[in-house]
Design a protein around this ligand. Structure first.
Ligand SMILES: [Zn+2]
Length: 262
């Protein structure tokens, strides 16, 4: 979070004014302007538009068990339920309506480059030492957009674990990088859709179990080959560019997660 000049200016202005004028200034949406994105209306079920899509990116991690929030710009029941879980997680009034209190929390959580407070683009781009966002199957811009959604899901996962730090050991990988580390040929890492995470304060199984509620349709952890030292999470269900079907795929047998017992 960064305190931005708009907010400071609005507060300073308000302090210099008598009663009635203060209320008018404080109520103005401009007081919440943000370096990344500013919502200009309250969003409820039935609304649609880019402002809904922007909201969906940021609440994608509050999809609920084994579910996802589609990034379709339409405020349906799933978006409302995700907003409600977001509100509950941050101690706000949980009404499923994205209004001033919800936006204020989002402004507080996001940096001016739109990444959530505890994750950064550079952290997600470290597959082989930071190769930018090109060299994968998607355009650099699309890849970066996917990485942004991945980060908001990770922020939700982090919150779900009691605000304990998560470390990303591998995020986006170019094709060359993916080959170098021996990744699957159509890995979600190629799309900016995946992150390998570790934690010093939670066990890998705690991370894996929590991730089931944070919008991750791909989840591999302890007990799955080569996943005993990290948890892999991804958004394969939202990926229409890969070769796999848009379904959920989880396996962490040592954590009781796998076909039939998740
Ligand atoms: Zn992975």
């Amino acid at each position: 979070m960064r305190v931005n000049t708009w907010k400071r200016a609005a507060v300073a202005f308000a302090l210099a004014l008598p009663g009635a004028a203060i209320a008018a200034v404080v109520a103005a949406p401009a007081a919440y302007a943000d370096g990344c994105y500013t919502w200009n209306r309250t969003l409820t079920q039935g609304r649609s538009g880019d402002d809904v899509r922007q909201l969906q990116i940021r609440v994608a991690g509050w999809a609920g068990y084994r579910d996802i929030v589609e990034n379709d710009g339409r405020y349906g029941p799933k978006t409302a339920a995700a907003v409600k879980r977001f509100q509950q997680a941050y101690g706000l009034r949980a009404d499923g309506i994205a209004g001033p209190q919800t936006f204020a929390k989002l402004y507080q959580l996001q940096d001016n480059d739109c990444t959530p407070a505890h994750f950064s683009y550079s952290e997600l781009d470290n597959g082989c030492g930071g190769s930018g966002w090109s060299g994968g199957p998607l355009s650099a811009n699309q890849t970066k957009q996917n990485a942004l959604r991945t980060m908001w899901k990770l922020e939700a996962l982090r919150r779900s674990l009691g605000d304990k730090p998560l470390r990303v050991s591998s995020g986006y990988r170019s094709r060359a990088c993916n080959n170098q580390v021996g990744g699957a040929s159509d890995s979600q890492h190629l799309y900016g859709n995946a992150a390998d995470v570790t934690s010093r304060t939670s066990s890998l199984c705690q991370v894996a179990r929590a991730a089931r509620d944070n919008g991750f349709s791909g989840l591999y952890g302890p007990g799955y080959p080569d996943h005993d030292d990290h948890v892999h999470v991804d958004s394969r269900r939202e990926n229409n560019s890969d070769r796999s079907s848009n379904t959920t795929s989880w396996s962490a047998p040592d954590c009781g997660i796998g076909a039939g017992n998740d």
